[in-house]
Design a protein around this ligand. Structure first.
Ligand code: NAP
Ligand code: ZN
Length: 362
């Protein structure tokens, strides 16, 4: 039997924007979503953040992209349908969906609320769902998701500026908690002041840390300090500044999306310092062993966070009034936005105003 096209395989007509090849250029795309099953929630998407992972993916920088691809895993919207078994949500609720929409729910990791480390985790886009069809992300007008993978967005958080918390927020919150990087008074370095980095600065301050930004962009210094609350700012290419700051940091979160040198960052750490990398460059980084050994330092990694922890992060952000700094764009600006993202020219997250981009088009 011939395989059905993504436009007709499901009953719910959906409109989005997709990239068709490694140029990464996005354009309008008609596809379909499954009917809302008993455990599902249908969400009218209002906003979707633009993560650098979307950019890596549309250009196939990790070598795993299947085209056409509809990116988007920082989804915020309103529930329009719930299945009969759904307990946590009702029509009209303000909700979010992050990087995953499924997992096996049986393995050791799933049982510990670490679905993000399930070997069968299903990504929100560019993955195969349980029914064998491909997943498409949030650059689209609606999505159907099993309720377990849907998050409540607290009432005091605006939907547009909290959409980026669903990926950027949890990706920095989770390692801060897991690696014990939350002790008030300790000194955190945040490398790369983009989507992930700027939320890490805000979370660091909320945990009571001293925060230093380590950046390649001198133009971001004033905002980092005045607006985001960082205590100091280092230009990573200024060797003099970097030397003077050596042995001053307890922890570092490295959010850089491109290949870069770890040695100068490790030198910033004190004895027993921890460097956690969350950026996903498409090539391996060189790991200098001597400075690690001589300072009993460690390097670790972390991948988003589980659903329970993502809800906890949203409540923490609600309590501390943390949202992303966003530049709200219409869908037809996305190709320019991607170009600017590739040049680190964003303050600090593009968010697509889906509801107002598609109302006339779909
Ligand atoms: P972003 O907004 O583009 O921020 C990345 C920042 O890195 C840039 O703003 C820039 O900051 C710095 N940078 C860029 N190129 C650089 C270079 N060549 N050398 C040094 N610094 C450079 O990206 P994002 O959305 O925050 O995502 C960051 C990375 O995390 C991406 O690789 C993404 O795929 C990955 N990610 C991982 C996870 C996970 O679960 N582990 C989740 C989401 C995203 P300055 O201008 O301050 O230098
Ligand atoms: Zn992301």
């Amino acid at each position: 039997m011939a395989e059905k096209s993504s436009e007709h395989e499901h009953p719910q007509n959906t409109f989005g924007w997709a990239a068709r090849d490694t140029s990464g250029v996005l354009s309008p795309f008609d596809f379909s979503r499954r009917e809302n099953n008993v455990d599902d929630v249908t969400i009218k998407i209002q906003y979707c953040g633009v993560c650098h992972s979307d950019l890596h993916s549309v250009k196939n920088e990790w070598g795993i992209t299947v085209y056409p691809i509809v990116p988007g895993h920082e989804i915020a919207g309103v529930v329009t349908k719930v299945g009969n078994n759904v307990k946590k949500f009702k029509v009209g609720d303000r909700v979010g969906v992050g990087v995953m929409v499924g997992s096996c729910e049986k393995c050791e990791n799933c049982k510990q609320d670490l679905e993000n480390y399930c070997r069968k985790m299903i990504l929100t886009y560019n993955a195969i769902d349980h029914d064998g069809t491909r997943t498409f992300g949030g650059y689209s007008d609606l999505v159907v998701v099993k309720e377990h993978y849907v998050l409540h967005i607290p009432d005091n958080l605006p939907l547009d500026a909290s959409a980026p918390l669903l990926c950027a927020g949890i990706t920095v919150y989770s390692p801060m908690k897991y690696y014990g990087m939350t002790e008030p008074g300790k000194h955190l370095g945040v490398v790369g002041l983009g989507g992930l980095g700027h939320v890490a600065v805000k979370l660091g301050k909320a945990f009571g840390l001293k925060v230093t930004v380590i950046s390649t962009s001198p133009s971001k210094e004033k905002e980092a300090i005045d607006k985001l609350g960082a205590d100091s700012f280092l230009i990573s290419t200024n060797m003099d500044q970097m030397m003077k700051a050596s042995y001053t940091l307890d922890y570092i979160i490295d959010t850089v999306s491109a290949v870069h040198s770890l040695a100068p960052l490790i030198s910033l750490l004190k004895l027993n310092g921890k460097l956690v990398t969350v950026g996903l460059p498409n090539k391996p980084l060189e790991l200098p062993i001597f400075p690690l050994i001589l300072g009993r330092k460690m390097v670790g990694g972390s991948d988003i966070g589980g659903i329970k922890e993502t809800q906890e992060m949203l409540e923490f952000c609600a309590k501390h009034n943390i949202t992303a700094e966003i530049e709200l764009i219409k869908m037809d600006y996305i190709n320019t936005a991607m170009e600017r993202l590739s040049k680190s020219d964003v303050h600090y997250r593009f968010v697509i105003d889906i509801a107002n981009s598609f109302s006339s088009a779909s």
